[in-house]
Design a protein around this ligand. Structure first.
Ligand SMILES: [Cu+2]
Length: 155
């Protein structure tokens, strides 16, 4: 019965073809998912910025043309501290362009806040003592008594 065998053969071939198409579909889906996943991962890596490390002790300091809102800041030896500096001035200020700084030379800390902006730095003082913080951008710079203050590190 050659005819029946042929029909069976054809059906078998059809089945094999369908299975192959199904396999191709699964492979294609896998490739698409892998590519999308990789693209997503790369995009995430490119745009995700981890939050700046902040200490438990955050001290907010504001500065404008009149000076710092804090003339004295007390911290402890060995305890991390975050200084968050805010400039209250706009970019319209001719002197310094609205930028302010909070710097302590001996501790290698240098924060610059953009006009109406905030910037911060975290550090851990290791030596007790009295340090001078200053802004050297505006108002005659660090020599101006309104643009500096004392950072007191207590042992
Ligand atoms: Cu300043």
């Amino acid at each position: 019965m050659p005819e029946i065998t042929t029909r069976k053969d054809r059906m078998n071939r059809k089945l094999v073809r369908q299975r192959q198409q199904q396999k191709n579909k699964i492979i294609f889906t896998g490739v698409v998912i892998t590519v999308l996943g990789l693209a997503g991962f790369l995009l995430f890596k490119a745009f995700y910025k981890p939050a700046l490390p902040m200490a438990e002790n955050v001290i907010d300091v504001s500065a404008d043309m009149a000076g710092f809102d804090k003339k004295e800041i007390r911290v402890k030896v060995g305890e991390p501290v975050t200084i968050r500096l805010r400039s209250l001035d706009t970019s319209g200020h001719t002197d310094g362009g609205g930028q302010h700084q909070w710097a302590v030379e001996e501790l290698d800390v240098d924060i610059i806040a953009q006009p109406k902006g905030t910037a911060m730095a975290t550090f851990t003082p290791t030596e007790p003592g009295e340090y001078t913080f200053y802004c050297d951008i505006c108002c005659g710079g660090r020599a101006n008594p309104t643009m500096n203050g004392k950072l007191i590190v207590e042992g």
